[in-house]
Design a protein around this ligand. Structure first.
Ligand code: XMP
Length: 602
């Protein structure tokens, strides 16, 4: 069977490359970066993936240089591009600035990955190093304003390198570029979903053996598809579903989930109200990672309690989870990957249970787009499959908690510099740093930094450019939001200390419900991939209450995302509806792509 090998250097995207190759109907396999060349000699092509390191650093991951002697096509992406150059005798240096975001490449030759790509393409960059000297035999085939060797090729030996990421949706023709490489490799399209689902079912039977599965379901697409697949494979009576109402769900979510799961024909579903357990466990906690671990552990405690209550012997039951691949990779689940955040289904207790073979996760290699295809293939209702994703820890991550205002010591200088920058560029906007921090992802690593709020009027393309420039040039900032109200911002105050309380969750549930209803009514629901609504302990212009942040995004698989450009008239209406809620001080709109922001705020 023809196969493309992907060498994993610890970036976020090795599996995403595998996903893209599967979507093109071709087999691929991910290998550790240290795999000897001899083990790869039967592959049709080799891809060196991205990663968070610099090739010239001591101890940076490398690969067996003999792969270049196998007479197999090689494509390096980002870190892989730099490594290819480094190992073949070229030079890589720090470029001084980090470049994240969209860029235009001018193409000098339409060969290899850039075949049929015309003179120019939009691509997506995420790097701090650059190639300064090419290895012998290689030539530049594409460059951007900031990167002189954005795409390189040695057509004769069939080696290619791209500084940008072709596997992300931010590079609109990225999949076509990957297909070009597969064509160079001459790999046949032999992969298909039907066979893969049969393989999944066989794996489930092998893993579960004579046990039964106690499945944690949330009503979302991943756990519903996993639950249905398990019931179809093992029989309805061997798979039990548990929906835990954490108190951190959306308004009326528990009832809606029960109704929709019943309507979809799911059997053996138990609902447990555990909101008191979750609020008690989260009392006084502010750090997002700590919150995540507590939430994950509390899920396990509740599951054990229910097993006991139902008099089921834990030895006979495995725990089932709807984990998908991004949950694993963001939790730092591969050898070189940085931890971005611990997903609720990847807390240390769960990792221990995985090692002991007590957990089954049938979809753990998949991305959301593939889970949806599997769901459709096994006959689940479209309305269930196309629900917006909602994270397991729910509003537990979206209610930001803090004991005091968090601002870097240099914030006044940073704020001044950002405003000078906006003035010099004639953006017509004014910027302020917000006194809270939130998680982001930059250069494949976690960041925890302050957002900047800009106010004033500007069209979407200018807001987009401003957001990319600010997050690229000011290292204290990982997000940019804009103020939905046209009023100038004269005062920003921290509200706190602020913790996870039922009152704050209730306020966010109300805001979230208003947003959801508005989106459905105005036909926006299907334009947006996911629409987190966040509560931050910030008061603006002395208006009582806290601030609501709107974070609608477009994505395919959650590894990368673009902020959604909502019609301004609609946004003002939505802003008015939210401002009418008692306890809402202001409404902000997130204009940060992922990266450098994450989809969730926490
Ligand atoms: P981020 O915020 O990392 O989110 O860009 C990517 C996607 O993952 C979802 N998410 C989670 N889903 N358990 C989940 O089931 C979690 O702990 C978790 N954390 C984030 C998030 O909603 C988005 O769709």
């Amino acid at each position: 069977m023809d196969k493309i090998a992907i060498l994993d250097f610890g970036g976020q995207y090795a599996h995403l490359i595998a996903n893209r190759i599967r979507r093109l109907g071709v087999y691929s396999e991910i290998y550790d970066s240290t795999t000897p060349a001899s083990a790869l000699r039967f592959c049709k092509g080799i891809i060196l993936s991205g990663g968070p390191n610099s090739v010239y650093e001591k101890g940076a991951p490398t690969c067996d240089p003999d792969i270049f002697k196998l007479n197999i096509p090689v494509l390096g992406i980002c870190y892989g591009h730099q490594l290819l150059v480094h190992l073949l005798g070229g030079k890589v240096k720090s470029s001084g600035t980090k470049e994240y975001g969209h860029a235009q490449i001018s193409i000098s030759r339409n060969v290899g990955v850039l075949k049929f790509m015309g003179d120019e393409q939009t691509v997506w960059m995420s790097h701090g190093d650059e190639v300064t000297l090419l290895p012998p035999g290689m030539e530049i085939i594409g460059k951007t304003e900031d990167c002189s060797s954005a795409a390189i090729a040695d057509e004769h030996r069939r080696f290619f390198g791209v500084q940008f990421h072709i596997e992300v949706t931010h590079t609109p023709n990225g999949t076509k570029m990957l297909e070009n490489f597969i064509e160079v490799c001459g790999a046949e399209k032999e992969w298909n979903l039907k066979e893969y689902i049969e393989q999944l079912k066989m794996n489930i039977q092998k893993e579960v053996r004579n046990r039964k599965v106690f499945m944690l379901v949330s009503g979302g697409v991943d756990s519903s598809v996993a639950f249905a697949l398990l019931q179809k494979t093992l029989g309805v009576n061997n798979v039990y579903g548990l929906f835990v109402d954490t108190g951190l769900m959306r308004e009326n979510e528990a009832k809606e989930v029960r109704d929709s799961m019943e309507k979809a024909g799911f059997k053996n579903l138990h609902i447990e109200d555990a909101s008191k357990d979750f609020f008690a466990a989260l009392k006084g906690v502010v750090l997002p990672e700590k919150k995540r671990i507590i939430i994950g552990d509390t899920f396990l405690e509740v599951q054990k309690r229910v097993l006991k209550k139902m008099k089921l012997n834990p030895k006979d039951w495995m725990l089932g989870q709807g984990t998908i691949y991004p949950d694993t990779i963001e939790s730092g689940g591969t050898k070189h990957a940085a931890k971005i955040k611990t997903h609720h289904n990847r807390v240390p207790q769960i990792e221990e249970m995985i090692k002991k073979g007590l957990i089954i996760e049938p979809l753990k290699e998949f991305y959301k787009d593939e889970v949806r295809i599997v769901g459709e293939k096994i006959g689940l209702e479209k309305s269930l499959i196309w629900r917006h994703p909602f994270p397991g820890p729910g509003l537990g991550v979206r209610v930001l908690c803090a004991k005091k205002a968090e601002l870097p010591s240099t914030w006044k200088v940073t704020e001044k510099k950002i405003n000078e920058h906006l003035k010099a560029k004639k953006d017509g906007l004014k910027a302020h740093l917000l006194p809270v921090q939130s998680v982001g992802v930059q250069g494949d690593s976690r960041s925890y930094k302050n957002p900047v709020v800009v106010c004033g009027e500007a069209p979407w393309d200018r807001l987009n450019a401003v957001s990319t420039r600010i997050t690229n040039q000011f290292s204290a900032v990982n997000r940019v939001v804009f103020s939905v109200s046209p009023d100038e911002i004269s005062k920003i105050e921290f509200v706190g200390p602020s913790f996870m309380t039922p009152e704050r969750v209730k306020l966010l549930q109300r805001a979230d419900a208003i947003v959801k209803e508005f989106c459905v009514k105005k036909g926006l629901y299907n334009d947006v991939w996911q629409f987190p609504v966040i509560l931050i302990p910030v008061r603006i212009n002395s208006r009582a209450g806290e601030t609501v942040v709107l974070r609608p995004v477009c994505s395919e698989e959650a590894m990368t995302a673009n902020f959604y450009e909502m019609d301004f008239a609609l946004l003002r209406k939505l802003g008015d509806l939210l401002m009418a809620v008692k306890g809402v001080s202001a409404v902000l709109y997130d204009i940060t792509h992922k990266p450098p922001g994450t989809i969730e705020w926490e």
